[in-house]
Design a protein around this ligand. Structure first.
Ligand code: 5GP
Length: 194
C-alpha cells in the first residue's frame, strides 16, 4: 500500500535489534486518515471470506483493526492482556511471548464474545515472529470458530512469523513488507525483489 510505505519511509525510525518505531502514525500518535485507508484495504482483501468478527490484541492493533471492522460492518473484539474487574464471565486464554517486551503474557477474551459460528479475521499492527497472531489463533480455536485470514499492517519479512503462519495454511495479507532494518535503514521487500 503506497501511502503506508511512504509514511514508513518518512516517519518510521529504526531502533535497536530490528525494531521499527512508528509512534508518529500507528501506535502512539495515530493518523486517522491513514487508518481509514488501511481499514478499506483490509476490507477489500478479506470481504469475500465473509468475516463475522475482527480480533486484535490491545493496544497497538486497535486502530487499524477498528477501521477494518467498520469497513466490513462487523464487531471488533480486543483481546486483553490483563483481566479487567468487569470481565466476570469465563474466558479463553493463550500465552504470548512478546518480541518487543521480551516477556510472556497471557491474552484473554471473554467467552460470550466468540463462538463456533464465528468467522474471525485477525488483525495486528506488526508481524515479527508470529507469536501474537498464533496466540489469537489459539483463542479462536478454543471458541471452535474459524480463522478466515490474518491482516498485518507491517510485516518484518526478515523474521519467521510470515513463513510460520503461511506454512500452517493461513492467508496472511501484509500491507507493507520490510526486508531489512540493518544499519538503521528501512528496506522494503519490493525494493529488494526488483
Ligand atoms: P510477534 O508476536 O509477531 O513476534 O510480534 C508482533 C507483536 O510485537 C506486535 O503485536 C507488535 O506490537 C510487536 N512488535 C513486533 N515487532 C515490532 C516492531 O518492530 N515495532 C513495534 N512498534 N512493535 C513490534
Amino acid at each position: 500500500m503506497r501511502e503506508l510505505l511512504e509514511k514508513i519511509a518518512a516517519e518510521g525510525e529504526v531502533v535497536a535489534d530490528g525494531v521499527l518505531k512508528v509512534d508518529r502514525f500507528l501506535n502512539h500518535q495515530v493518523d486517522p486518515h491513514l487508518m481509514k485507508r488501511i481499514g478499506e484495504e483490509f476490507a477489500a482483501q478479506f470481504h469475500r471470506e465473509r468475516p463475522t468478527k475482527v480480533l486484535t490484541l490491545e493496544s497497538s492493533g486497535i486502530s487499524p483493526a477498528l477501521m477494518a471492522a467498520y469497513e466490513l460492518g462487523v464487531p471488533l473484539v480486543v483481546a486483553r492482556k490483563r483481566r479487567p474487574l468487569t470481565m466476570t464471565s469465563e474466558v479463553y486464554r493463550a500465552e504470548v511471548y512478546s518480541f518487543t517486551k521480551k516477556e510472556t503474557n497471557e491474552i484473554i477474551v471473554s467467552r460470550p464474545l466468540l463462538d463456533s459460528s464465528d468467522r474471525v479475521l485477525i488483525i495486528d499492527d506488526f508481524l515479527a515472529n508470529g507469536q501474537a497472531a498464533l496466540g489469537m489463533v489459539e483463542v479462536v480455536r478454543q471458541a471452535g470458530a474459524d480463522v478466515v485470514g490474518i491482516g498485518i499492517v507491517i510485516e518484518k519479512a526478515f523474521q519467521d512469523g510470515g513463513r510460520l503462519l503461511r506454512s500452517q495454511g493461513f492467508r496472511v495479507v501484509s500491507l507493507a513488507r520490510i526486508a531489512s532494518l540493518s544499519d538503521g535503514v528501512i528496506r522494503f521487500h519490493e525494493e529488494v525483489m526488483s
